[in-house]
Design a protein around this ligand. Sequence first.
Ligand SMILES: [Zn+2]
Length: 146
Amino acid sequence: MARVAEEVLSYCSSCRLDLRATVVAMKGDQIIKVQCKTCRGERLYKAPKGVTDPSKAPPPKTRAGRTASGEKADHSVGTEWRNAMNSHRSRPLQTYSAKLQVSIGDRIAHPTFGEGVVLKHIHPNKAEIIFEMDIKTLICGGPKTG
Ligand SMILES: [Zn+2]
């Protein structure tokens, strides 16, 4: 049975997570008020909602510094873009223009989309370029001939 000053799991409406909290007030066997250990806010006790498992969730500060290598593989455009940028980092960065002749693997600096890597040619004058947010089909000067 819970007691004042004991640690319980409570849903924090401020953190929006099930978090450890210290019991502040009890009424009989009922927990009335708790203090969230994360935001230090005192609030009415709410039963855990199963939003997360705090014993398994990494603390926020270690999470931010972690590299992508330890996390499960995702196939988002951002990940593919990072891989493409890494494997073609020796290529010179060229500023995009509609007349720029590109080769697959060329790094392109676009004024709106940022830096990207040419994935393939689609038509004689278009190229598929991966940017951090999206893959774009852009007009270009066609494949390099030399
Ligand atoms: Zn909180």
